[in-house]
Write a protein that binds this ligand. Sequence first.
Ligand SMILES: C[S@@+](CC[C@H](N)C(=O)[O-])C[C@H]1O[C@@H](n2cnc3c(N)ncnc32)[C@H](O)[C@@H]1O
Length: 211
Amino acid sequence: MTDLPSGVERRPFDGRERLSTHGETVYGEPRDEDGWRAWDAGRSKLGAMFEYGMDTGLVGDETVLYLGAASGTTVSHVADFAGPTYAVEFAARPVRDLLGVAEARDNLFPLLKDARKPETYAHIVEADLDCIVQDVATRGQATVANRNRQFLRDDGRLLAVIKARSEDVTADPDDVFEDVLTELREAYEILETTRLDRFHDDHLGVVARPK
Ligand SMILES: C[S@@+](CC[C@H](N)C(=O)[O-])C[C@H]1O[C@@H](n2cnc3c(N)ncnc32)[C@H](O)[C@@H]1O
């Protein structure tokens, strides 16, 4: 099992060891008396990547661009262990909740932006980031990752989750994943892939680094 980043720990909640980060609660998850809150891998694909033992390359304190932040379930955990965390989401409704999540985290910066148009936030997001986390669940997931590659430092990491049904509801997920990986290889070297089915049906976790 790969090491967890500093700031992510397995701790007991109701007699069961669970992933956790240290911070304010966001989605009704249990929090222990020391301020550690359980990270529900069933509600978080990045959490599932950790549960599967994927080598994310994260050690803690990274600069992060998070694409597809929604109302902040996963990005709140990321901001608990990372450094400056830019959270892009294009739907206004969840961003309202995300703003509330950011109030308790001074390193979390919500951006109401379209991840397909990185030029609209390139003046805000710092260059040479350590990591992009992507969970956009939309058609064209590889295109989104490739367009945002410009923000990553040369040995940075892309941690992407590919949802097969967002690309094609009828196709065999393995065929969809192969097509997405082929497009991703235009900008990235793929280091590891794992299906996350124990927590998320027909989702592929991908760890990659810029070419
Ligand atoms: C599966 S949800 C993300 C859940 C979230 N990552 C979490 O674990 O807490 C996918 C999100 O991506 C957003 N999204 C889809 N396409 C996008 C785009 N082009 N730009 C920004 N956000 C996008 C959707 O609005 C939705 O909120």
